[in-house]
Ligand binder design. Structure first.
Ligand code: ZN
Length: 277
């Protein structure tokens, strides 16, 4: 696994690479714009060039995380239009920056089936607006808080079966969300069982990236609270399994833990869990 962390873009997206290097990361995740607002100043050509130069210089692969405001599962036409426009804009930024994956949460809706159909329609519309893009959307497994969709593997299977371009979609597995959703990967047997279930439902080759977070709350709580790796209810075993899993040698795995000041320490811990060959 290519271990890294979610890095700040303060001062411009190109600044994230130096931060990742300081943390000892081998990959990184960024927001391509403010994740808590709809609007953002356009990505300028000098900033695009600076980002590409930094990506080449550092050799670190980057993925992006989308806005938290987006809801492709909504019935509200205004929020729906804004969400589709926002994902389109973020995917366009990824394409211009050479970022392979944009991670988004599927959306929320009180009726699962109806919500999943709306998410699939929304993704189809984004894909229609971004023909021939190489950057792909990765749907993230969620903790299942409230009416959040995407906390069961079958939700993801359902979306994939409904979209017209499933070849343009990847998946992102967040360890905290999996555990909070009731997938117990805290033991070796549990880890293998969860991966087998994921493989049967959506195919592990579709998993493009991981979010490496421990969980503050118990198994199946359906509450999304990230904890420092190894210090939560998941514990180290799951992370040991992940960093040694030969299926994910070249897969990006990034921390989204509460304190960036502790990224370096957490990355050292994860590296230390690798079995010496
Ligand atoms: Zn995550």
């Amino acid at each position: 696994m290519l271990l890294g962390a979610h890095e700040s873009i303060a001062g411009g997206v190109s600044q994230a690479f130096a931060r990742a290097e300081e943390h000892g990361a081998r990959s990184l995740q960024i927001f391509t714009k403010n994740a808590r607002g709809w609007n953002a100043p356009p990505l300028t050509e000098p900033e695009r060039r600076a980002f590409r130069a930094e990506a080449r210089r550092s050799g670190l692969p980057a993925i992006a995380h989308g806005s938290y405001l987006v809801n492709l599962g909504t019935e509200d036409p205004v929020l729906r239009d804004k969400s589709i426009a926002c994902v389109t804009e973020e995917l366009t930024r990824c394409e211009r920056l050479g970022i392979s994956c944009l991670v988004i949460h599927p959306g929320t809706h009180p009726d699962e089936k109806r919500g999943l159909a709306l998410v699939a329609e929304g993704l189809d519309e984004v894909h229609r607006r971004t023909p021939r893009f190489r950057s792909r959307i990765c749907l993230e497994i969620t903790a299942g808080q409230g009416h959040c969709l995407g906390w069961r593997f079958w939700h993801l299977t359902e979306i994939l079966s409904r979209v017209s371009r499933e070849d343009r979609l990847g998946l992102c597995l967040d360890t905290c969300h999996l555990f909070a959703a009731g997938y117990d990967l805290s033991s070796e047997e549990g880890y293998e069982a969860v991966m087998a279930e994921c493989d049967a439902a959506v195919g592990l080759e579709r998993v493009r990236c991981f979010h490496l977070n421990d969980c503050k709350k118990p198994l199946g709580c359906r509450v999304d609270r990230h904890e420092e790796v190894g210090q939560g209810t998941i514990g180290r075993t799951a992370f040991r399994c992940l960093v040694n899993d030969s299926r994910f040698v070249n897969t990006i795995g990034v921390l989204e833990t509460p304190s960036p000041e502790r990224y370096a320490e957490a990355l050292r811990l994860l590296e230390s869990l690798r079995r010496r060959q």
